[in-house]
Write a protein of this length. Sequence first.
Length: 122
Amino acid sequence: MKNNDGFNQENGRLSSAMKWLRAGALVLLAASLAIPGRAADERVVKSKVSPTYPEIAKRMKIMGSVRVEATVSPDGKVTAVKVLSGNGMLGAAAADAVQKWRYAPADAESTVVVELNFALAQ
């Protein structure tokens, strides 16, 4: 016999639909916790250092964009950098440059995602 809450009283099991519903709710909860707040993306950059195009990447004509996640302290210094996507050779140069960036002070530490584009002159 089932209740309205999906619980089967005879064998003490949840119905299949209720299991899927609960699993979906847990996934949504986990995803919402993993996404940084919108305010973090709006942190103002006070000074940028341009990345140095690696010589080997130039010779191999490697171009593209690199996405980097930077953790910024309340005083505006970048404390950690993580390459999210892009070519490995270009990613190292992008991470090195973003590590030297400075942001406007804020009330708390934040995480920003920046994209740097590497293109060879035509």
